[in-house]
Design a protein around this ligand. Structure first.
Ligand SMILES: Nc1ncnc2c1ncn2[C@@H]1O[C@H](COP(=O)(O)OP(=O)(O)OP(=O)(O)O)[C@@H](O)[C@H]1O
Length: 800
C-alpha cells in the first residue's frame, strides 16, 4: 500500500481514521456552493446544524466540516487542511487527536468546540496557561462569530463577574488550573448566585498528555487563612552543619534522606541534648526531617528559584515557574527558613481537587497534543480516551539522529558545544533543551565563553517566553530552553514574521539538541517536535552522559564501558541501555500516577457524598428541615423572638418590620426587603448547616492527609498501605454527616436575635477571612512515599 494512503488509515492501536477519511471528498464537494453564500447566510447555515442531537449524522458532519472550513477561510484567512478536519471529527467523537507541532491544533480544536456548541453543549477548552487561553480565544473569535457561537476566556486576573460572563459563553477558554480553582471556590459558596462555573458538558484539553498525564497528580488546592506555621530557622541552621554520608544518607534515587546514627547524635547535641525519639515530644523529629529534606533534596534553581524574596517552585514537567504552587506547608516553611526569606502566608486546606478528578467531571472529554500515542494506555486507563493519530499535512522531513553517549558530563558538554559551533557556522538556528534551570544557566555560560551568543529561556523569565521562543527560528539564533518552556508557541523559520525564511531553510532549518534525555520518551519527542514543523527541514539529536540522573538512577549497569578518545561510548548495547533506563523511569511515573489515583478515588467518593448533601442544603430546604426536626423548640422560640413576642434577646424587636436588610448574617446577597421571619430562620439554618459541613470536610481532609503521610511508618509492618488507608479512612467518615448535623443543631440552639436579626457569626459561623489557591507540586513527599508504595505493591526496586 502506498505510504500516502496508509497515512490516512490510522496507526495500530489507535482510532481507525477511515470513517473520517471517507467524508473528505464530500466535504470538499460542498465548498463551491458555500462560497456563494453571504456571511450571514453562512452563519445561518451553521446555526441550522444545531437542530439535531449529538452525535452528528454523516451528512450533518460533512456540512459542519464544510461550513467550518469556509468560515475559517473567510474569518481567519486559513482554509483548514484535510488533516485538520480529521482532527475535528476525532475530537467530536471524544478522542485525543495526536497532531504534530505546528499542524494547527488551535483551529481544529475551535472547529470541534463550535460543533459541540452548535448542538447545545457548553465547551471548556482547557489550556496549560493563562496566556494561551486568552490568545487562542481571541485568535479564534472571528471564526466563532461567523459560526454564531459565543466565546469567552478567563485568566487568573478575571473578576467573579468576568468569570461568570465567560462561563456563560458557549465556548470558554481557561487554563486548567484556573478552572479547577473556580470549581473549588464554587463548592464553598453559601449563596447559589455566587457560583461561577456551570455544570460540565464537554472538555477539550489542549496539550492533553501534559495535562492528563504529567499534571494529573498535582492537586489544586483552595486554602483559607489560618494560624501561621512556625519558622524553623534554628532547624535550618542545625542541618546546614551536617555532612553528607557521615550525618545523613540519601537513597539511590535522591528521593529520601535519613539521618545516620552520627547524624542523630549531632542534631541532638546541637539542640541542647533533646531526645529526637522521645515519646513525650514527638514534634521535633518531623521538623528535623523537614529541614533535612529541604536542605538536601531540594536544590535551588533545580526545584525552586528565589525571586523577589520568595521561594517559587519550578514545575518539573514544564520547567517553568509554577506561580501558584507550593509544597505542603511544613516543607514550604522549611525551604523558606533554609533560604532565609520571609515566611509566606499559610493556611489550612479547605478542599482540593486533582486535575484528573476535574477532567473526569465532564461527560464528554477530548484532547489534542503532539505526543499522545506514547501514553495511549494511560489515557485509556484513567480517562477512557482513545488516541487518533492524525497524519501531518506535509510529510515530516526532520532527521532524528540517534543519541550520543559520553562517559562524563564534561565530555557530553564539550561534544554539545562542538556541535553547536559546527552547526552555528552556517547561521542555522539551534534550540537546546535542558533538564532544569541551573543547567540552562551553566550551559549558557559555557556557550558564551566559547563566543556563542545565546538566549536563555527558562523558569526565570517565563513572562517573555512566548515572544522569545517565537524568534528561535531566526537566522543565527541559539536558544537554550528548559524542557517545554514556550510550548504552544510556533517556531517559524526565519523569525516570527518569516521574513528570512528562505535563507534559514537553506541552512537546514531548526536544529534541536537535547542536553540529556528526559524521564520519558514522550518528553524527548516533544522537544524534537519543535523542529520540522509543517514539512520544514530540521534535525534533532540528544547528548547523554553516564552521569545523567536518568542513567544514574535507572540504568541497571553504569560501569565497564569503553570510550573513544573524546570520551564517547559508541557501543550499541550501552546506547540501548539508555532507552531501557528511560522505560524504567516511565514505569515508575506510571506507578506513582496509579497509586495517587487509588488514594484519590476513596477521597473523591467521600467528597461526593458531602457535596451531594451540601447541594441539597444550598439549593433546597434540607438544612432548615433537619434543624426544625432536631431543635423544634428553639426554632419556634426564634420565630417568636423575631416577631417581637419573645423575651431575652429580643430587645431589638421593634426593628422587625424593616428587618429585611440582612447584614450580619454573612449572606446579604438577595435577602431582599420582603424576607419573612420564617425565611430568616431558614437562611440561618442553611448557613449554620453549610458551615459545619465545610468545617467538617476541612478537618476530614487534614485527617486524611496526615493519615496518608503517617501510613508509610506502618509500611514497615509490611502491610499494604492502601488497605491501611482505607481501613482507617472509611470508618472515620461513617459518622460524618450525622456529626455535622449534630453540630449544626448545637450551634442553632445558641443562636440569638440581636437587633431584630439572627446573628450567625455569634455562634462561630465564620467563613475564612480570605482564601487563596495554589497547586501542590507533590513530588517531594508523595513520590518518595509513592515509591515505597510502588515497591511494596509491585516489588519495583530502586532503579532496577
Ligand atoms: N489551515 C491552515 N492554513 C494555514 N495556516 C494554518 C492553518 N492551520 C494553522 N495554520 C497556522 O499554523 C500555525 C500553527 O498553528 P497552531 O499554533 O495552532 O499549531 P499547534 O498544532 O497548536 O502547534 P503547537 O504544538 O506548537 O501548539 C499558526 O501560525 C497557524 O496560523
Amino acid at each position: 500500500m502506498a505510504e500516502g494512503v496508509r497515512r490516512f488509515l490510522g496507526k495500530p492501536g489507535a482510532v481507525d481514521l477511515r470513517p473520517y477519511t471517507k467524508l473528505l471528498s464530500a466535504i470538499e464537494a460542498e465548498e463551491d456552493g458555500l462560497r456563494e453564500l453571504s456571511d450571514t447566510e453562512l452563519t445561518e447555515k451553521a446555526i441550522e446544524l444545531g437542530n439535531a442531537e449529538l452525535p452528528y449524522e454523516r451528512d450533518d458532519l460533512v456540512s459542519l466540516c464544510a461550513v467550518g472550513r469556509e468560515a475559517a477561510r473567510r474569518s481567519l484567512d486559513e482554509r483548514p487542511f484535510d488533516v485538520q478536519l480529521l482532527g475535528v471529527m476525532a475530537l467530536l467523537d471524544g478522542h485525543v487527536a495526536e497532531m504534530a507541532t505546528g499542524e494547527g491544533k488551535t483551529l481544529a480544536g475551535a472547529l470541534a468546540a463550535a460543533g459541540f456548541a452548535l448542538r447545545g453543549r457548553r465547551v471548556h477548552l482547557l489550556s496549560v496557561n493563562d496566556y494561551l487561553a486568552r490568545r487562542d480565544a481571541e485568535w479564534m473569535r472571528p471564526l466563532y462569530d461567523m459560526l454564531g457561537v459565543t466565546v469567552g476566556w478567563i485568566t487568573e486576573d478575571s473578576t467573579p463577574q468576568e468569570r461568570r460572563a465567560a462561563y456563560s459563553c458557549e465556548v470558554t477558554y481557561a487554563a486548567v488550573s484556573e478552572l479547577g480553582f473556580d470549581v473549588l471556590r464554587d463548592r464553598m459558596v453559601t449563596d447559589i448566585a455566587d457560583r461561577v462555573v456551570p455544570p460540565p458538558h464537554v472538555a477539550i484539553i489542549d496539550e492533553a498528555d501534559s495535562v492528563l498525564v504529567d499534571e494529573a497528580r498535582v492537586p489544586l488546592v483552595l486554602a483559607g487563612a489560618a494560624e501561621s506555621v512556625n519558622a524553623d530557622v534554628e532547624m535550618a541552621d542545625v542541618v546546614r552543619g551536617l555532612k553528607p554520608r557521615l550525618h545523613y544518607e540519601i537513597d539511590g534515587e535522591g528521593r529520601n534522606v535519613q539521618l545516620t546514627d552520627a547524624g542523630i547524635d549531632a542534631v541532638e547535641k546541637a539542640l541542647d541534648g533533646v531526645d529526637l525519639y522521645s515519646e513525650d515530644d514527638t514534634s521535633v523529629l518531623p521538623q528535623v526531617n523537614l529541614a533535612l529534606h529541604a536542605h538536601v533534596l531540594l536544590q535551588r534553581d533545580v526545584h525552586y528559584v528565589v525571586r523577589d524574596g520568595e521561594v517559587r517552585l519550578i514545575n518539573e514537567s514544564r520547567g517553568r515557574i509554577a506561580l501558584l504552587q507550593r509544597w505542603p506547608d511544613g516543607l514550604q516553611a522549611a525551604v523558606e527558613a533554609k533560604e532565609k526569606v520571609a515566611l509566606s502566608e499559610t493556611g489550612e486546606v479547605l478542599d482540593s481537587i486533582t486535575v484528573q478528578s476535574l477532567v473526569l467531571r465532564y461527560p464528554t472529554r477530548a484532547g489534542m497534543t503532539g505526543t499522545a500515542m506514547a501514553v495511549a494506555e494511560q489515557l485509556r486507563e484513567f480517562y477512557e480516551l482513545e488516541v487518533a493519530v492524525i497524519p501531518s499535512n506535509k510529510p515530516n522531513v526532520r532527521e532524528d539522529h540517534g543519541s550520543r553517549l559520553y562517559a562524563t558530563r564534561e565530555e557530553k558538554e564539550d561534544a554539545l558545544i562542538a556541535k553547536v559551533e559546527e552547526v552555528h557556522k552556517s547561521g542555522r538556528p539551534i534550540l537546546i533543551g535542558t533538564q532544569d534551570v541551573a543547567e540552562s544557566e551553566l550551559l549558557a555560560g559555557r556557550l558564551r565563553d566559547a563566543g556563542l551568543e545565546c538566549v536563555v529561556l527558562n523558569a526565570k523569565n517565563d513572562a517573555d517566553e512566548a515572544a522569545i521562543i517565537a524568534e528561535a527560528g531566526t537566522h543565527g539564533a541559539i536558544t537554550v530552553s528548559t524542557q517545554m518552556a514556550g510550548r504552544g508557541t510556533d517556531i517559524r523559520l526565519g523569525g516570527s514574521d518569516m521574513a528570512d525564511r528562505e535563507r534559514v531553510v537553506e541552512t537546514g532549518g531548526l536544529y534541536v539538541m537535547g542536553f540529556g534525555r528526559y524521564p520519558s520518551s514522550r518528553l524527548d519527542g516533544q522537544l524534537r517536535g519543535r523542529a520540522g514543523r509543517q514539512g520544514d527541514p530540521g534535525d534533532s539529536i540528544f547528548f547523554v552522559s553516564m552521569d545523567d540522573d536518568l542513567v544514574v538512577n535507572h540504568a541497571p549497569e553504569t560501569t565497564g564501558y569503553q570510550t573513544t578518545s573524546e570520551g564517547e561510548i559508541t557501543d550499541q548495547g550501552w546506547l540501548a541501555m539508555i532507552d531501557h533506563a528511560q522505560r524504567v523511569a516511565e514505569g515508575q511515573l506510571l506507578e506513582v500516577h496509579r497509586n495517587t489515583w487509588r488514594y484519590n478515588q476513596l477521597i473523591d467518593v467521600q467528597r461526593d457524598v458531602v457535596l451531594e448533601h451540601r447541594e441539597m442544603v444550598l439549593t433546597g430546604d434540607q438544612g432548615d428541615r433537619q434543624i426544625r426536626a432536631d431543635r423544634k423548640k428553639r426554632h419556634e422560640e426564634l420565630l417568636e423572638e423575631l416577631a417581637g413576642k419573645g423575651s431575652g434577646a429580643a430587645e431589638g424587636a421593634e426593628a422587625e418590620e424593616n428587618a429585611g436588610d440582612a447584614e450580619g448574617t454573612g449572606n446579604g446577597a438577595d435577602a431582599g426587603a420582603e424576607e419573612s421571619n420564617e425565611e430568616k430562620v431558614a437562611r440561618a439554618a442553611r448557613l449554620i448547616t453549610l458551615y459545619h459541613l465545610d468545617r467538617g470536610w476541612t478537618d476530614h481532609n487534614a485527617f486524611l492527609s496526615e493519615l496518608r503521610e503517617g501510613i508509610h511508618l506502618r509500611f514497615l509492618g509490611r502491610r499494604d498501605p492502601l488497605d491501611e488507608f482505607n481501613r482507617d479512612a472509611v470508618p472515620v467518615f461513617k459518622g460524618f454527616l450525622d456529626e455535622a448535623r449534630a453540630r449544626a443543631a448545637e450551634s442553632f440552639e445558641e443562636l440569638e436575635v440581636v437587633d431584630g436579626e439572627l446573628d450567625v457569626s455569634s455562634v462561630g459561623v465564620k467563613r475564612p477571612s480570605m482564601t487563596w489557591t495554589y497547586m501542590v507540586h507533590d513530588h517531594p513527599f508523595s513520590s518518595a512515599f509513592e515509591t515505597l508504595v510502588g515497591r511494596l505493591k509491585g516489588g519495583r526496586g530502586s532503579g532496577s
